[in-house]
Design a protein around this ligand. Structure first.
Ligand code: SF4
Length: 362
């Protein structure tokens, strides 16, 4: 859902086309109603738990958060005959409350702690990042691991196709090939339910498919580089007491701050554009704020990674340092990917600039 909504957000041009934004909102709204109608029981919220892309982002963020709803008398181990989630009880996202150890599906509604039917739960404060440090005991899952690995590339791809000249070059080359082969359907307008069609902008099939391929490629390349480097670090720092898979999962979760900030920077691109156009915020200040946010998230990731690496392997100093060095390189790769999106400006071809009356043809 996250990939589909992020890509549709680009092909519908939700940043600049209000009709596109309305369409995307409508699709999500209709889908949420259908899913709720089919699977919802006793006020439970299947959409929030299983499908909502924002829910996924918030779920991963909440693992870093300082608020935890948990059993007042401590969380007992889950008995064999009990399930971690049970449908249609007090919790709208189906937690089996006495055994709740994670926050990723908690929407912090407070029903378990403050509703009429309390469930012996309370709100507790904890250190930021505490849950990801202890993730192996907090029900980690592969969908979050994949999300943390692949979402930064996807978000950056949604930004970079507008900024890098490289995208226009691919478009010219691939479009030229279709022209030479006399394949013309690719230049027909794409349907308006998946693409932006305004008086001054018509995305064709070439645009829609290239934007999707470009974003997915970024996601794959950056995600695979990260997966390979984290695997190398895991091989270096793991000990006999922890399997490779567990070490990999533990290290990947420490990238949560970078992954989330990547998404936030992608989402708030338009905000800074408006601040610049309408409120006169200089582009240098906007770039500085984005750089600061990304920098803090990277430092946070490095700090978390350093702590878990030390916890996993405190005996072999060299291995610890090498493992951390690899994580550092990986964070550097993510920074390199984001650099043009933070400091670059939207690339506009000469034709586009003439069309928008920004330059006068010679
Ligand atoms: S705060 Fe709401 S969503 Fe979270 S555990 Fe309690 S009832 Fe469930």
């Amino acid at each position: 859902m996250f990939a589909v909504v992020t890509i549709l957000g680009q092909t519908l041009d939700v940043r600049d086309d209000p009709a596109g934004l309305a369409k995307l909102f409508l699709y999500i709204f209709i889908l949420a109603i259908i899913i709720g109608f089919i699977y919802g029981k006793n006020n439970s919220r299947p959409w929030c738990r299983y499908y909502c892309p924002i829910g996924k982002i918030l779920g991963v963020v909440s693992r870093l958060g300082i608020i935890d709803f948990r059993a007042n008398k401590g969380v007992p181990p889950l008995p064999k005959d009990q399930r971690y989630y049970v449908e249609g009880r007090l919790c709208p996202t189906d937690y089996n409350l006495p055994y709740k150890t994670s926050t990723n599906n908690c929407i912090a509604c407070g029903a378990c702690a403050y509703g009429k039917k309390k469930a012996g739960m309370g709100i507790y404060r904890r250190k930021p990042g505490e849950e990801v440090q202890d993730i192996l005991n907090r029900r980690p899952n592969w969908s979050e691991v994949i999300f943390v690995l692949f979402s930064p590339g996807l978000s950056a791809g949604g930004f970079l196709w507008l900024i890098l000249h490289q995208y226009q070059q691919y478009r010219d080359t691939i479009g030229g090939w279709f022209l030479n082969e006399n394949i013309m359907w690719i230049f027909h307008r794409a349907p308006s339910w998946i693409s932006s069609q305004r008086w001054d902008q018509h995305y064709n099939w070439l645009d829609v498919s290239l934007i999707a391929i470009y974003m997915l490629s970024y996601s794959l390349v950056i995600g695979l580089i990260s997966a390979i480097l984290i695997s190398l670090a895991a091989l270096l720092v793991r000990t006999n007491t922890m399997s490779f898979q567990k070490t990999f999962i533990l290290l990947t979760y420490q990238y949560t701050p970078v992954a989330i900030l990547s998404i936030i920077i992608g989402l708030c691109g338009k905000f800074f554009e408006v601040m610049n156009h309408d409120f006169g915020m200089s582009l240098t200040i906007a770039a500085g704020i984005k750089f600061f946010m990304l920098g803090v998230s990277m430092l946070w990731t490095l700090m978390l990674a350093w702590k878990v690496i030390k916890k996993i392997n405190n005996k072999h100093g060299l291995m610890t340092l090498m493992g951390f060095g690899i994580i550092l390189i990986n964070v550097g790769v993510i920074l390199y990917m984001w650099w043009p999106a933070i400091f670059g400006h939207v690339y506009m071809s000469e034709v586009e600039q003439i069309r928008k009356h920004i330059i006068v043809p010679r």
